[in-house]
Design a protein around this ligand. Structure first.
Ligand SMILES: [Zn+2]
Length: 474
């Protein structure tokens, strides 16, 4: 089971340790300058070189038919698999002779699934030998547990990851990277946890406000909204939960938000309730994006609210535990083969996500496959004493007006700890209601401990984890 999986946009997680170290020592105006100077390098890395032609390629493929997509994928896959057999140390060492034969004939389903551990242990073992790009860009997944996974990219692959976002997320939502935007990400924006603000920095080059996900609280929310006004922000993108929490604070405090075109959420699953609250607060439409730091897959929401998988980014499979393919509507494990990156290559990579296909054609006319829903992450599963498995367990906090934030920790099969950041009206009957809801779902034998806390700590990447499982094995 994957432990360490976070979705995010690549740009936010590039390794910047020396940069971070120096950044911490600077006063705020120089931090803004640093962000902008770094922004110039970034701008070149991401939007320079062949960016425009890559963007055009994505546009051209937007209306491909199913047959065209199949052909495109098979061609790209074939090339990639022969590179694996000839030039990638991990696959050369680990695939059997018959698997190598299958790879050379482009038969993906005969190849083994790839776990995260071997990548974690030796990220270079997945790279094409003798083709080290310059510059070689490193991105690191920053999980709360386990060792991060290091991914390695060429500049052209970085541009590719941005171009697909511009074309398939931005355009579909009526926005663009060229418009001023605000982002919540894992980036360390304000190093001091007790800072009195400001809780954002501004990158002049891209007209981008970076919000700190770590300082967002009811009493700081107005600083975030002020930044939107001050920098004429048109749209926002990043961590879904951070935008949701900001939305709640905006509604509670009746803060006035400037007119926004769209919000594109990444990272956490967007629930119906989150979408509703955010629409109320921001007055614009919310679009969901589903991707990974590795860019192993990419899916984005069209105007009809359907989540289309981009077949040129990766071949996505949804599998049953026995490895066979799920039928439409049937929940299974997401396994992906990244077609977009050909330097560090991941074949049949287990993401640790659960999802289902939707076989209904989309009224937008695009023939890219549609994911019905991303049900959850496998590590978000809560298990009952009788073995029943439940995802989206944090749904128990819906319509709990005295709960600002809640987190569920499964300590044992029959012990659930619930951390609650309460409002001043939170009382014993709220505790009983939480206990009741958990027992309704998992059985009356489950013990529930409700703890009130002043805050729920974020992971190192600034993420909020709704569910934590401390059960050791599956
Ligand atoms: Zn559509």
């Amino acid at each position: 089971m994957g432990k360490n999986f976070y979705r995010s946009t690549t740009k936010q997680l590039l390794t910047m340790s020396l940069y971070d170290h120096i950044y911490k020592l600077l006063p705020v105006p120089l931090q803004n300058l640093a962000v902008s100077t770094y922004g110039i390098f970034w701008y070149w890395l991401r939007f320079g070189g062949n960016y425009k032609s890559v963007e055009n390629d994505y546009l051209e493929r937007d209306r491909y038919t199913k047959q065209q997509w199949d052909f495109y994928q098979q061609q790209t896959l074939q090339k990639l698999l022969s590179i694996c057999v000839q030039e990638v140390q991990f696959y050369r060492a680990n695939w059997s002779q018959s698997q190598k034969q299958a790879a050379l004939s482009g038969k993906l389903s005969n190849l083994p699934l790839l776990e995260k551990d071997p990548i974690r242990a030796n990220p270079l073992g997945f790279c094409r030998q003798g083709h080290k790009p310059f510059p070689e860009v490193a991105a690191v997944t920053s999980g709360s547990t386990g060792t991060p996974i290091k991914t390695l990219w060429s500049a052209s692959e970085v541009r590719d990851s941005l171009a697909v976002r511009e074309v398939r997320s931005g355009r579909w939502a009526g926005v663009s990277f060229k418009l001023p935007r605000a982002t919540f990400s894992g980036r360390m924006v304000e190093p001091d946890p007790d800072s009195k603000g400001p809780y954002y920095r501004f990158n002049q080059v891209e007209k981008q406000v970076y919000f700190s996900a770590f300082h967002l609280r009811p009493d700081t929310a107005h600083f975030y909204v002020e930044a939107l006004h001050k920098h004429n922000i048109q749209w926002m993108t990043g961590y879904a939960v951070s935008f949701y929490l900001l939305a709640k604070f905006i509604l509670e405090k009746r803060l006035e938000v400037p007119s926004l075109k769209a919000i594109i959420t990444t990272s956490e699953k967007l629930t119906t309730e989150m979408r509703y609250i955010m629409q109320q607060a921001y007055g614009c439409r919310i679009y969901e994006e589903y991707s990974t730091v590795e860019n192993a897959l990419f899916a984005s929401e069209c105007q009809h609210g359907r989540l289309h998988v981009s077949p040129d980014v990766g071949i996505v499979e949804i599998l049953r535990p026995d490895g066979s393919r799920c039928d439409p509507g049937e929940m299974g494990e997401v396994v992906t083969t990244c077609l977009m990156r050909s330097y560090q290559i991941f074949i049949r990579y287990r993401l640790g996500d659960l999802a289902a296909w939707d076989s209904e054609p989309c009224p937008c006319g695009r023939e890219m496959p549609v994911i019905k829903e991303v049900v959850g992450r496998m590590e978000d599963v809560v298990v009952g004493p009788d073995g029943r498995q439940m995802v989206r367990f944090h749904g128990i906090f819906v319509n709990q007006p005295h709960v600002v934030e809640g987190q569920i920790i499964q300590e044992e099969l029959d012990l659930i700890r619930v951390k609650v950041v309460p409002t001043s009206d939170f009382n014993q009957s709220d505790c009983l209601e939480i206990e009741k809801r958990i027992q309704q779902r998992l059985g009356a034998s489950v013990k529930v401990i409700v703890e009130t806390v002043s805050e729920i700590p974020r992971t190192k990447a600034g993420k909020f984890k709704a569910v934590i499982s401390n059960l050791n094995s599956e």
